[in-house]
Design a protein around this ligand. Structure first.
Ligand code: BGC
Length: 478
């Protein structure tokens, strides 16, 4: 049954409140996406207020990622301590204040400082949104609702691109970048207000011995008959989960999953997606498009990113994770090859310019059906239960870390190597990603999380050359 069929069936069976919770929680993804997308257009104009070298452009872009690493590293612990709901509210408030801070920055140093603060909220949002969704969604639609977060990331990026266009000085005659960065306060305010309707996660309440409150929440989102059973289940599971910590990640039987998760985290970023998400207008500008044409082209990139994420949602439970990842990284490699080639040909502003734009859009399309959503899905599936939270946190921090390195290095790299070779280098990484996925990433479609964990244990007993992670199509050796 496809994700959509399951959602349609589930809508009849589950309370609508489940969807309200997922929609509000996924606004965390929207903040994440908005912040990632808005800097692309703002950069064109920040450059006019403060003279930026390519290195400083990288610092302005990537400062948010330093904060995001801090937010992702501490988000899990903070969520356990203060609760998912209060942390969501806290993150939204920091994002709100940070948006004003960035917009009013008198100097470059202030701008960079506020971007770090905003980044902490983004990192927290990347952890707490999926956590809230997975802890309140009924198990049969957990995966589908989990995709909400990635969908909202892409919607946030598109919203940012539209805002960049609306607030472009050529359009309204104002100092555009300040308004662009300020606008983040609007979705942050919506999320903060939304938390009023958000219940605390039943799992967190149970772990804090607030059983009556947990029962009240569960009775709003489950059938009355299932409530007590679920309270018991959560109690049992949380007892098992307490045993896991960071050192457990290094146990030999967990290693293949760790390598797959961390590998995918790094691959998602070194595939170069954010060089396009952050620098699309700058690249289009260099190709010869004017400021406004560059911003419009970038909106096209944003729309394709949203639409193909929807396609991924439709396909992921039909064709599986590995085929999507392999087709996606293969396509990205080819598109980066063409994109790079464009910079060697004369007449970039003519036909070649449009071919370059088309290859950029297709590259994003291949990303959106593969590495974008499937990475976040897989890291919620491949780890053993008792270390799942910690391992997801590690993968997430590695993802933000790799994002940081790529954002900082990309413009100086272009300056040194030139655009063409830089995109070819990223294409080379996509090719390596293809090989890594082919040899290391397991298929998890249609398999319960318990089965995946049982395979890991079995493979460890049978030696390194056997099993689902080493023989990644997921066939059991028995
Ligand atoms: C990545 C982000 C990226 C976005 C693009 C997400 O899955 O983690 O770094 O900007 O996809 O859609």
């Amino acid at each position: 049954m496809s994700v959509l069929d399951r959602l349609a069936n589930a809508e009849r069976e589950h309370s609508r409140f489940v969807y309200v919770i997922a929609a509000i929680a996924a606004l965390n993804g929207l903040l994440f996406g908005f912040d990632v997308g808005v800097i692309s257009g703002a950069l064109l104009y920040i450059n006019e207020s403060f003279a930026l070298s390519p290195f400083l452009e990288g610092v302005v872009t990537s400062s948010v990622l330093v904060g995001a690493m801090i937010g992702a590293a501490t988000g899990g612990t903070l969520a356990d301590r203060f609760g998912r709901r209060r942390l969501t509210l806290g993150g939204a408030v920091v994002f709100f204040v940070g948006s004003f801070g960035m917009a009013l920055s008198p100097t470059l140093a202030w701008l960079i400082g506020w971007r770090v603060v905003e980044g902490v909220a983004v990192g927290v949002a990347s952890i707490v949104g999926p956590l809230l969704i997975s802890e309140t969604a009924p198990s049969d639609i957990r995966g589908a609702l989990g995709f909400f977060q990635q969908l909202m990331i892409t919607v946030g990026i598109l919203l940012a691109y539209l805002i960049n266009y609306v607030f472009a000085p050529e359009f309204l005659g104002i100092i555009g970048w300040r308004w662009m960065l300020w606008f983040g306060a609007v979705p942050a305010a919506v999320l903060a207000l939304g938390t009023y309707y958000l219940p605390e996660s039943p799992r967190w309440l149970i772990e804090h011995d607030r059983i009556d409150e947990a029962r009240t929440v569960l009775s709003c989102i489950r059938d009355a008959d299932d409530v007590d059973e679920e309270i018991e289940d959560i109690r049992e599971v949380s007892e098992i989960e307490e045993k896991g910590d960071l050192s457990d990640l290094l146990e030999p039987w967990v290693r293949p999953a760790l390598i797959a998760g961390v590998g995918l985290a790094v691959i998602q970023q070194v595939s170069g997606i954010n060089t396009i998400i952050y620098y699309a207008p700058t690249i289009l500008n260099n190709i010869g498009f004017g400021n406004i044409a560059s911003l419009v082209g970038t909106i096209g990139v944003g729309i394709v990113n949203v639409l193909l994420t929807v396609v991924a949602i439709l396909l992921v439970d039909r064709v599986g994770r590995r085929p999507l990842l392999l087709v996606g990284t293969g396509g990205m490699t080819v598109m980066l090859g063409i994109l790079g080639l464009g910079f060697f040909l004369p007449g970039l502003s003519g036909v070649v310019g449009y071919v370059t734009l088309a290859s950029m859009i297709l590259y994003v399309a291949f990303y959106a059906i593969s590495l974008g959503p499937v990475f976040w899905l897989l890291i919620s599936e491949i780890y053993p239960l008792r270390i799942r939270g910690t391992a997801e946190g590690v993968a997430s921090v590695c993802n933000w870390g790799a994002n940081f390195v790529v954002a900082l290095a990309f413009l100086p790299l272009i300056n040194r190597l030139g655009e063409g070779p830089s995109f070819w280098l990223l294409g080379g990484f996509c090719l390596l990603a293809f090989v890594f996925i082919y040899s290391r990433v397991p298929e998890t479609m249609g398999r319960s999380l318990e089965d995946i964990e049982a395979d890991l244990r079995e493979n460890a007993m049978m030696g390194p050359d056997s099993g689902s992670v080493e023989s990644p199509a997921g066939e059991r050796s028995d």
